[in-house]
Design a protein around this ligand. Structure first.
Ligand code: ADP
Ligand code: MG
Length: 580
C-alpha cells in the first residue's frame, strides 16, 4: 500500500498550526516516529533504544513506506501527506503538522530508509543538523526504518537538560507503552539497551491491557461501557482495592490517540475520590470515541492534550460510568467490596488471657515489636514513671485503637496500625543505616507477574533492593523471581510489595536521588509489615506496642504524617466535663 502523495501546506494552514518545538527529549522523538509508523498502517512496529534514546533510536515498521522521490519532502518542514482537511477539524491520523521529521533532523542525525511495497528496493536519506544528503539506494524490506543518532549533539544547551539515560529510557518506554495500548491490533516489540521490555502480537484490547498492565492487575479490573450524546466510553477500570501509589497505570485513548489529558485524569480522580485513600491512584485503561467535530487535538504541539467541545458532558460520562462500576457488588474471589458496607459499631474489648496458640503468636509479635531492651522489662501497671508517658493498656476499641491510661491520668488512644508501621520503618531504617538489613531467603522463590515496565524498573535497581534485603532476578518479560525478603517483614505479600516498590522507583518529573528513593522504599516496606487495623491484640502485645513507641524516635506520627496516638490530659478531660 502506498499512501497519498506528500504536498506542502498553504501558508494559511501553516500559520494556523502554532509553531512549536516538538522534540524536547528522546521520548518525544520515539513517540513521533511510532505515530508515523501507525499512520502508515503498520501491522508490526519495533522500537530499539540505546542509551535511553540519546545515543540511538530506531523505529522499524512494515507500513506503506515513502516513495524514493518523496523522501526529501518528508523531512521538509510543514510537509505532510496527512492533512486532508486544512480547516483542522477532522483529524483522523496521529500526525498532521508535518513538523516531526524536520525537527528531529535539526536536533540529531536522522536517517530514513524506506520502501513502498510496489517500489523496487529501498532508498535512504540522511539529515544531520539540518544538512540533507542525496537520496541513495539501500537495502530494506517494505516499510520504513527511521534511525535517530546523537540526539541534541548540535544543541549542547538542550542536551544539558536531559536526565540520566535511565530516566530518558523510562520516559520513552512509557510513550511506547501508551501507543501500544492505543493500537492493540499492531504488534509491538520494544528493546532498550538489548533488553526486551515487551514483545506483543497484534491482539484484542483486553489481551493488550493484560500484556501491558500485567496479567494479575488486568484480571482484577472490571469492564465498563457507556454512551452519551454520540460520545462512547469503553475500557477497564480497577475496583477501589486495586489502587496504586502513582498514576502510572492509567491509560486514556481518545479517537485512537493516547493522551495525558488533565480533564480526563481529573474526572477519574474525582470518580474514585471517596473510595481510595488520599495519595493513592486508581488503575484504568479507558477509550473514548467521539465525533471529530467534538474534539480539538491541536492544543499542544505534542498532541497529548485535547479540547472537548462539551467538557462537562465528557466529565460526567466518565464519572458516571466509574461510579456505576464501583457500586457493582464485587464477585471476584478474594477482592474486598469497593465500599465499606457500614460503619462498624464501636465495641470496647478487654484483653483476654492469651491461649496457648495466641501466646506463641504474641511472642513472635513481641519479638518483632519491641527493641530487645524493652522486651526484658515486664509491662508496668498503670505507671507513673515519666519513662512511660503512654501508660498501661486498658483495652482495644474496634480492634483498631489501643486505649491506655498514663500515670498522670491522661487518656491515650493509639492507632495500632499507624504506630506499628512507624516502628517497623524505624527498625528497617536502623538496620539499613548500619548496612545490616537482614534478608530472609524464601524456601520456595516466588514468581511475581508485573507490568513489563515495572519489572524492568525493579531489575534496574537490583543492587539497591538487595541493600533493603530484597533479592530479585529477571524471570522473562514482565516477571520477577523473588529469592529473599527483608527479615523484619516476616511473611509479606511479595506481589503487592514489588508493585509498590516499582512505583517508588518510577522516574518522576524531578530527579530524585537514589538515597531518597531508598528512604521512601523503607516506608513502603514498613507498610507491608504492620499490625492491621481490625486485629485483636493481647495485653502483652498492647504493652509491647506502647513501650516500643516510647523507645522509638519519631513514633508520634506514621510515615504518612498522620498521628499515631492522641492524648487527652486529665485537665482536658475536666474541661470537657465542665468540672473546671
Ligand atoms: P506528519 O506526521 O505530521 O505528517 P512528519 O514530519 O512526522 O509529519 O512526517 C512527514 C511525512 O513523512 C508524513 O506525512 C508521511 O507522509 C511521511 N512519513 C513519515 N514517517 C513515515 C513512515 N514510518 N511510513 C510512511 N510514511 C512516513
Ligand atoms: Mg508524524
Amino acid at each position: 500500500m502506498q499512501g497519498p502523495s506528500i504536498r506542502r501546506l498553504s501558508a494559511q494552514t501553516v500559520n494556523r498550526i502554532a509553531a512549536g518545538e516538538v522534540i524536547e527529549r528522546p521520548a518525544a522523538a520515539v513517540k513521533e516516529l511510532v505515530e508515523n509508523a501507525l499512520d502508515a498502517g503498520a501491522r508490526r512496529i519495533e522500537v530499539i533504544l540505546a542509551g535511553g534514546g540519546i545515543t540511538r533510536i530506531e523505529v522499524i515498521d512494515d507500513g506503506g513506506g515513502i516513495a524514493a522521490g518523496e523522501l526529501p519532502l518528508a523531512i521538509e518542514r510543514h510537509a505532510t501527506s496527512k492533512l486532508a482537511d486544512e480547516a483542522l477539524v477532522r483529524i483522523a491520523t496521529l500526525g498532521f503538522r508535518g513538523e516531526a521529521l524536520p525537527s528531529i533532523g535539526a536536533a540529531a542525525k536522522l536517517t530514513l530508509i524506506s520502501r513502498p511495497a510496489a517500489q523496487d528496493g529501498a532508498y535512504r536519506i540522511t539529515v544531520a543538523g539540518g544538512a540533507v544528503s542525496e537520496v541513495a539506494p539501500a537495502a530494506g524490506a517494505p516499510g520504513t526504518r527511521a534511525i535517530v543518532e546523537d540526539l541534541f549533539y548540535a544543541t549542547p544547551a538542550r542536551r544539558k537538560f536531559l536526565r540520566t539515560p535511565r530516566a530518558e529510557a523510562e520516559a520513552a518506554e512509557r510513550a511506547v507503552w501508551r501507543l501500544a495500548l492505543a493500537a492493540p491490533a499492531t504488534a509491538f516489540r520494544l528493546v532498550s539497551d538489548e533488553r526486551v521490555l515487551f514483545d506483543v502480537p497484534g491482539q484484542d484490547e483486553g489481551a493488550r491491557v493484560a500484556a501491558l498492565f500485567g496479567r494479575e492487575t488486568a484480571g482484577a479490573m472490571l469492564p465498563l461501557e457507556a454512551e452519551r450524546e454520540g460520545v462512547r466510553l469503553a475500557g477497564l477500570a480497577g475496583p477501589a482495592s486495586l489502587s496504586r501509589a502513582t498514576t502510572g497505570l492509567q491509560s486514556f485513548v481518545v479517537n485512537g490517540r493516547p493522551v495525558l489529558d488533565p480533564l480526563l485524569r481529573m474526572a477519574l480522580r474525582l470518580a474514585y475520590r471517596d473510595v481510595i485513600a488520599a495519595g493513592r491512584h486508581p488503575v484504568a485503561a479507558l477509550r473514548l470515541e467521539l465525533p471529530a467535530e467534538a474534539l480539538d487535538v491541536n492544543v499542544h504541539p505534542a498532541k497529548t492534550e485535547l479540547r472537548f467541545a462539551d467538557a462537562n458532558g465528557v466529565r460526567s460520562l466518565v464519572m458516571g460510568a466509574i461510579g456505576r462500576l464501583l457500586e457493582r457488588p464485587v464477585t471476584l474471589a478474594g477482592a474486598p467490596p469497593a465500599r465499606p458496607a457500614a460503619r462498624p459499631a464501636m465495641t470496647l474489648s478487654y484483653p483476654e488471657p492469651p491461649s496457648q496458640m495466641a501466646r506463641g503468636f504474641a511472642e513472635a509479635e513481641l519479638a518483632l515489636l519491641a527493641p530487645p531492651m524493652a522486651r526484658a522489662v515486664p509491662p508496668p501497671p498503670a505507671s507513673d514513671e515519666p519513662a512511660h508517658p503512654l501508660g498501661a493498656p486498658l483495652g482495644q476499641i474496634a480492634d483498631t485503637y489501643v486505649l491506655a491510661v498514663a500515670g498522670d491520668g491522661a487518656l491515650v488512644i493509639v492507632d495500632q496500625h499507624a504506630a506499628h508501621e512507624r516502628l517497623t520503618e524505624e527498625r528497617l531504617r536502623t538496620e539499613f543505616l548500619s548496612g545490616r538489613v537482614m534478608a530472609q531467603p524464601l524456601l520456595v522463590p516466588v514468581v511475581v507477574d508485573l507490568a513489563p515496565i515495572e519489572a524492568m524498573r525493579l531489575l534496574a535497581q537490583g543492587d539497591a533492593l538487595a541493600r533493603l534485603g530484597l533479592e530479585i532476578e529477571a524471570f522473562g518479560p514482565g516477571a520477577v523471581l523473588v529469592r529473599a525478603v527483608p527479615a523484619a517483614l516476616r511473611d509479606p505479600d511479595a506481589a503487592a510489595l514489588l508493585r509498590d516498590l516499582a512505583e517508588e522507583f518510577a522516574e518522576s518529573d524531578a530527579p530524585v536521588a537514589l538515597e531518597a528513593r531508598l528512604d521512601a522504599a523503607l516506608a513502603r516496606l514498613a507498610c507491608h509489615r504492620s499490625i492491621r487495623a481490625g486485629r485483636r491484640l493481647t495485653a502483652e502485645e498492647m504493652s509491647a506496642l506502647l513501650r516500643a513507641m516510647e523507645a522509638t524516635p519519631r513514633a508520634g506520627t506514621c510515615s504518612h504524617g498522620r498521628p499515631t496516638f492522641l492524648r487527652l490530659s486529665k485537665a482536658e478531660l475536666e474541661t470537657m466535663f465542665g468540672r473546671k
